[in-house]
Ligand binder design. Structure first.
Ligand code: PEP
Ligand code: MG
Length: 591
């Protein structure tokens, strides 16, 4: 996909504009790379007895090629995520080495006299169908892994080109991308990601932001509209895709990209300045983190600390929970890297759309066994995690936070296990921070309603708007069919936020926010005016949010917020805030 080749092959299509959900900021201009994940079309062919040998050799060669490809991916993943997170690829390799399975396939080629593609498709398809029929998320994940291996094998049999590699730079277009695809493809020169499905808070979207790759999700049909090498513009600020852009359009977006680059460069000097309003209200501006690889960037961006470490990312690609010692090593690394700044470690938030170590059968996982519920039902696992966190807390810059809390009892139970962990460590003579701060995420409406009671039990509250909005408005955060109803600025959300912040502060604890809304520039003045004490945002957004905070007066933000609280529709609120932003910060991209 060299530049001259792109030009030579580019179809002369009409300029077409598509709108999706902006998932990761930035502008990409370049050729498309179709990352196709649907199975190749397989013909059933009869072969002659004398062709058996040839068919067997073809299959052997395809296995060798697939093995090679998978090894390469494994290496990419290892570099990006570390040794302990490559289990999924190791499992795929093992599948490819499964003697029973391949004996059956070779046997059928010989006895049924059918072509290798057909038998591979049919035989592995049996496994795949059984796994897909299972309702639990874990088996579903494995089914996709098996499907992946089958497609790889078939592609190699058909001698089609590999899909995990890109030559040159390109915008990856796909029906969907798993977290694994997102990471692995990023080993190439990926300019951007564009997918048919997915929502703003899907973990794929979160991951592309962590990787600093512009992305748009929820484009519905883009994977059917685009062919390889079609030129496209991806504007991750506004969620706009332009296919076959004219020279004029390209120039327009290049200028926009340049403007934002300059703007970002101008923001760099803000790095070491405090997040403080013109009338000296100081707030904490921290970063959300999933991987240790992000730490450098987080520090360069001038974060006051880590306001949310999603510890469940330690489980990616694993089938068992990491041991206490493994966890300790990771938490210690975070604490050391950020010292003296604070790191808030959220205990495993598994279930819902997130990975699960234990298979579950739930019809409605988002309302099911998630977050603190899982941990309280697995006190041994919880105990190991809490011990690891405590052991890493000796420099006194770690806090712990519990996700998906829906009532006071859960907080008390969690604290009891934490006390037991402290007791054990004391007895064993292992040091820890006896005053380690404890927080609760407010992301379930019932927790918001009793925020004042929760506040009495802990040191801080952190609002998780990603979930809070989905539960308050009954809109699935990852479902693009209802994504227009997922409204950060819905008056019900705004008034609910006011309630949580007020009630929490009345009880003397600080109230922060680690949901995506905290990193939305359109929300900054409003959240400031509501009295939010801490903003924990995706690292890329730190300078912009700081710039806004440093350019307004708290008193002014309070006046603006007062007006917003009287408004009755999301449109009205957004329009009002947009007008303010355009006037005050014409350079800051807003949605
Ligand atoms: C949230 O729900 O707002 C949150 C920060 O948690 P997560 O996105 O990891 O569910
Ligand atoms: Mg959440």
């Amino acid at each position: 996909m060299t530049e001259s080749k792109v030009k030579a092959e580019q179809p002369k299509g009409q300029e077409t504009v598509l709108k999706g959900i902006p998932a990761s900021p930035g502008i990409a201009i370049g050729p498309a790379f179709l990352f196709m994940k649907h199975a190749p079309i397989i013909e059933e062919r009869s072969i002659l007895p004398e062709e058996k040998e040839r068919e067997t050799v073809r299959l052997e060669q395809a296995i060798v090629r697939s093995h090679k490809e998978l090894r390469k991916i494994l290496e990419f993943a290892r570099q990006k995520l570390g040794d302990d997170k490559v289990k999924i690829f190791e499992a795929q390799l093992m599948f490819l080495e499964d003697a029973v399975l391949f004996d059956a396939i070779y046997g059928r080629i010989r006895s049924e006299l059918k072509n290798a593609e057909f038998v591979v498709h049919d035989e592995i398809g049996k496994y795949h169908r059984i796994m897909l029929a299972a309702k639990d998320e874990y088996t579903h994940e494995r089914a996709h892994d098996v499907e992946d291996v089958r497609n790889r094998l078939l592609r190699n049999l058909l001698e089609q080109r590999a899909i995990s590699r890109l030559e040159g730079s390109a915008i990856v277009v796909s029906q969907n991308l798993t977290a694994g695809d997102t990471v692995i493809l990023s080993r190439n020169e990926v300019l951007g990601y564009a997918t048919d499905i997915g929502g703003i808070t899907s973990h794929t979207a979160l991951l592309s932001r962590a990787l600093k790759i512009p992305a748009i999700v929820g484009l519905k049909t883009i994977s059917h509209m685009v062919q390889d090498d079609v030129q496209m513009v991806l504007d991750g600020y506004s969620g706009t895709i332009v296919l076959n852009p004219t020279e004029e359009t390209i120039k327009k977006y290049e200028a926009k990209r340049e403007r934002y680059r300059e703007f970002e460069a101008r923001l760099a000097p803000l790095r070491d300045l405090p997040a403080e309003t013109l009338d000296h209200r100081h707030v904490e501006l921290s970063a959300n983190a999933e991987f240790e690889q992000e730490l450098d960037f987080i520090k360069i961006q001038g974060a006051d600390g880590i306001g949310l470490y999603r510890s469940e990312y330690l489980i990616v690609g694993r089938e068992v929970f990491p041991t206490e010692d493994e966890q300790y090593a990771q938490y210690k690394l975070l604490a050391e890297a950020m010292y003296p700044k604070r790191v808030i470690i959220r205990t495993f938030d598994i279930g819902g759309d997130k990975l699960m170590v234990e298979p579950t059968k739930e019809n409605n996982p988002f309302l099911g066994w998630r977050g603190i519920r899982v941990m309280l039902d697995r006190p041994n696992v919880f105990m190991e995690q809490l011990r690891a966190i405590l052991r890493a807390s000796t420099r006194k810059n770690i806090a712990v936070m519990f996700p998906m809390v829906s009532n006071l009892k859960e907080v008390r139970q969690a604290k009891k296990i934490l006390d037991e962990a402290k007791h054990q460590l004391r007895k064993e003579g292992i040091p820890y921070d006896s005053r380690m701060k404890i927080g609760v995420m407010v992301e379930v409406p019932s927790a918001a309603v009793v925020a004042e009671d929760l506040a009495e039990e802990v040191d801080f509250l952190s609002i998780g708007t990603n979930d809070l909005i989905q539960y308050l408005l009954a809109v699935d955060r990852g479902n693009d069919v209802v994504s227009s109803l997922y409204q950060e600025f819905n008056p019900a959300v705004v008034r609910f936020l006011r309630r949580i912040i007020e009630r929490g502060k009345r009880k003397g604890v600080w109230v922060g926010m680690c949901g995506e809304m905290a990193g939305d520039p359109l929300a900054t003045i409003l959240l400031l005016g509501l009295g939010l004490d801490e903003f924990s945002v995706v690292p890329k957004m730190l300078p912009e949010i700081k710039k806004i905070i440093r350019s307004v007066k708290y008193s002014e933000a309070q006046r603006i917020t007062k007006r917003v609280l009287k408004m009755k529709t999301e449109d009205e609120i957004k329009e009002f805030l947009r007008t303010i932003m355009k006037k005050k910060f014409p350079d800051i991209p807003i949605n």
